[in-house]
Design a protein around this ligand. Structure first.
Ligand code: 5CA
Length: 164
């Protein structure tokens, strides 16, 4: 593994890089000058298809208030009724405060791992078609490259259909 001491990162991006290394994944967090806040911006930064960007969306169980992480292809819109079925209860979109409290990160930079608590996680089956994908790394201009198989392994997510 490369010694990554020389990769100077914003503290939130560093938190993600450290979490990846601690989990045993040799993924390198990259910070850009320009925004990777949206899937379109992230795809423009790395020159990939928008579908290769992993969106990390937090939902909230309406009955239990449990957080649910949905990792979806940047090309897709999440059908909340699908996720409700998998989660076993109605779910709604989490607000910014809930996202921060359950993940430790702000919207626009939510990584797939390194959260303050472990999250029930669903992974969009459409991500599996790509050789390489990119996920957010703690800030709205940090991302890292990985494969769908690695994403599955690091999150222990359940592969599901998320779109309608
Ligand atoms: N860094 C990029 C690409 S990796 C990124 O994090 N994209 S994202 O899709 O995972 O995160 C932004 C998403 O957060 C948006 O798609 C949007 O659906 C959601 N979002 C934005 N504002 C809010 C808000 N106020 N409450 C809940 N969700 C929000």
């Amino acid at each position: 593994m490369d010694n990554d001491k020389d990769n100077i990162l914003n503290p939130s991006a560093r938190k993600v890089q450290n979490a990846l290394l601690a989990l045993g994944f040799d993924c390198k967090v990259i910070e850009f000058q320009d925004s990777t806040r949206t899937s379109a911006e992230a795809a423009a930064r790395v020159g990939c298809q928008i579908g290769q960007i992993v969106k990390s969306l937090i939902f909230r169980g309406l009955a239990s208030a449990k957080p649910v992480l949905v990792l979806t292809s940047g090309a897709n819109r999440v059908d909340e009724s699908n996720i409700s079925r998998y989660a076993g209860e109605f779910i709604g979109r989490a607000d910014a405060e809930f996202v921060r409290a359950t993940t430790g990160f702000a919207i626009g930079g939510i990584p797939p791992v390194g959260h303050v608590q472990s999250l029930e996680t669903y992974l969009d089956e459409d991500l599996l078609q790509y050789g390489k994908i990119w996920a957010a790394a703690g800030t709205p201009n940090a991302i890292f490259e990985l494969t769908p198989a690695i994403l599955l392994k690091m999150t222990k997510g359940k592969v599901v259909r998320v779109k309608i």
